[in-house]
Write a protein that binds this ligand. Structure first.
Ligand code: EPU
Length: 339
């Protein structure tokens, strides 16, 4: 029996908002056997099991009356190589950014646009993480998950994951699938994605004329560091709201009174709006009440200046949602998982 179960553990170090709530029980899983042991313990003691990764997409609003299991399994291996491509398998507990750096150092590209995203490998498919024109689904090969209902292992191929914008079958069926390891399809010859936002311009400013994936990663790290606060110094969970999809009519109506509206037309005729822009227009950027606030440089990010509770942050989020709805008729959906 290798699983160490502790009682009454503060989750402050395990969520990037730095919210101080307690878990009734807490353990770290380093292997599949640990995961199975945790599931068996939870069933036997009739306690819920809440699985977390890096805690970077979590808003904890109360003490957690459950066994909180932090995925801490490690290991990365190439399982298949041909025609300049490699399939790389990584354990769920691998921290995301060091994994990206490790792949780049081995000459494997594909993940560079996803540099500096907080969290773990196992959490990445949950919300199909994405940044700067690339989503996890673009480099995804397959994953192995444990079915918590049957205890069986199941492999998921790309179409089976039902990936969407910050969405997947794993998010749609909460509590069912426990992701154990993820396989990525990476390439030894780079196809760079430079067309999103300021990436190409940043490379030019850096004097890079023939960018490699490592250059792209460095540029993206620089862009992210300027706008997104480092959770080590300022608690946050990245983008707090999804960019909303609205009808073309609503987008046109908003543009009449706000010509600067940032909007991205979608293939299906809908329009994706920049939630950060809407929140900034409504005057919330830099707002602070107590220790809960809206980041000064990026209105899509809520921050904890120190002692904000999850409730404080949730209240602020709900005020912003109500205000954006009233002003623009747009519903903002929260991105983090709420407990
Ligand atoms: N904007 C403002 N004011 C703000 C923030 C943004 O006017 O306070 C405007 C920007 O000027 C820009 C537009 O809104 O014209 C979009 O902003 P940005 O490029 O910063 O991207 P985003 O929509 O805020 C999304 C993702 C990020 C991802 C970036 C880059 C979502 C919810 N967020 O942010 O993902 O890093 O694009 O690809 O889709 C995350 O999910 O945690 C996250 C950080």
């Amino acid at each position: 029996m290798s699983l160490q179960i502790q009682s009454g553990v503060s989750l402050k170090p395990f969520n990037t908002f730095g919210v101080d709530v307690r878990a009734r029980l807490f353990a770290e899983a380093h292997s599949d056997a640990d995961v199975r042991e945790a599931l068996a313990y939870a069933a036997e003691h009739k306690v819920e099991l809440l699985v977390i990764g890096g805690g970077s997409n979590l808003l904890l609003t109360r003490d957690i009356d459950a066994l909180v299991l932090r995925m801490a399994s490690r290991g990365v291996r190439i399982t298949h190589e041909d025609c300049g491509m490699a399939v790389v398998e990584a354990e769920a507990g691998e921290p995301w950014h060091p994994f990206v750096q490790d792949m780049l150092a081995q000459g494997l590209s594909g993940l560079e646009n996803l540099s500096l995203i907080p969290g773990t490998v196992g959490a990445a498919p949950m919300q199909n993480i994405g940044a700067y024109g690339v989503e996890l689904k673009d480099v995804f090969h397959s994953l192995i998950a444990l079915d918590r209902q049957t205890g069986e292992l199941r492999e998921f191929t790309l179409p089976e994951c039902a990936f969407g914008y910050r969405d997947s079958i794993f998010k749609q069926q909460p509590g069912r699938w426990l992701i154990l390891r993820v396989r990525f399809r990476l390439s030894f010859s780079a196809t760079l994605h430079l067309d999103y936002g300021p990436v190409r311009q940043r490379l030019q400013e850096q004097g890079v004329t023939e960018p490699t994936p490592i250059h792209v990663s460095r540029a993206i790290c620089a862009i992210r560091s300027e706008k997104l606060p480092d959770p080590v110094t300022l608690g946050n969970a990245g983008s707090f709201f999804k960019n909303p999809l609205v009808s073309a009519e609503l987008a046109a109506r908003i543009r009449e009174s706000h010509p600067g509206l940032v909007a991205y037309p979608q293939a299906d005729g809908q329009v994706k709006l920049a939630a950060g822009w809407l929140i900034e227009q409504a005057g919330w950027k830099g707002f602070r009440e107590g220790d809960a606030g809206v980041h000064q440089l990026q209105a899509l990010v809520l921050v904890n200046y120190g002692a904000a509770s999850g409730r404080d942050l949730l209240n602020l989020a709900q005020r912003i949602q109500a205000d954006i709805h009233e002003r623009f008729g747009v519903s903002l959906e929260m991105e983090p998982n709420l407990y």
